[in-house]
Design a protein around this ligand. Structure first.
Ligand code: HEC
Length: 191
């Protein structure tokens, strides 16, 4: 073998090794953890919730006074409340066959159905209130099924949040301030 042949030979071996390396990588399952999945879902939910409260409700209802937001939005020809938009989205996702579920809960709920109902929910809401900016993760068994449950802070991102809650006749808390944690987003992924 002359030098040139050896070089070709070496180059071919390197190429074969490189290609097999790529193949091996492609064969690896490219899965994400439950935590990564829940965090990503929350990022989208939080962004959508912030944008709706700030750029639709706060702008049109509180600042421009162009239209009202109402729990009876269909009859009143008004805008749905942010919590209603959130629930409508969750119901639509379930209808579309999503494997995960999500909802909005609070220790100070206007709607009593949004109060925490089990230990994990109570623990999670307490944790996110006591540790601003942090998230709560737990394994949870509901019925026969095991879930990865994540609870994230739901923050008063705009004045509209606190004005409406503080003034609402059914609100058990009337001194929310902008930036406060008002409740939690609960995401459940079956394991
Ligand atoms: C115009 C009034 C209004 C605005 C604006 C509003 N909320 Fe609410 N919110 C409500 C009502 C009423 C409910 C209960 C609705 C339901 O469950 O059907 C609710 C539900 C909630 C819940 C679930 C617990 C509960 O109180 O029932 C949380 C948490 C919450 N809102 C936080 C927020 C945050 C954060 C914002 C701003 C991003 C916001 N809300 C904006 C009226 C409002």
């Amino acid at each position: 073998m002359n030098i040139k042949t050896i070089n070709y030979f070496t180059a071919s071996i390197i190429l074969v090794l490189a290609l097999s390396g790529c193949e091996n990588k492609q064969e690896q399952p490219a899965g994400v953890s439950f935590k990564t999945m829940a965090d990503a879902l929350y990022a989208v939910m939080k962004a959508d919730r912030t944008v709706y409260a700030r750029d639709v409700i706060n702008r049109l209802v509180n600042q421009e006074k162009a239209i009202k937001a109402s729990e009876h939005w269909k009859d009143d020809k008004a805008l749905p409340l942010p919590a209603q938009i959130f629930r409508l989205g969750a119901e639509q996702a379930a209808e579309d066959g999503a494997t995960f579920s999500y909802g909005l809960l609070s220790e100070w709920p206007i709607n009593k159905k949004n109060a925490p109902t089990n230990d994990i929910e109570k623990q999670g809401l307490k944790f996110i209130s006591a540790n601003p900016g942090q998230h709560f993760y737990a394994d949870e068994k509901l019925g026969e099924r095991q879930y990865f449950t994540a609870i994230y802070p739901d923050v008063a991102v705009t004045d509209a949040c606190i004005e409406c809650h503080n003034d609402h006749k059914d609100s058990p808390k009337t001194d929310f301030e902008t930036g406060d944690i008002m409740g939690g987003v609960v995401i459940r992924i079956p394991m």
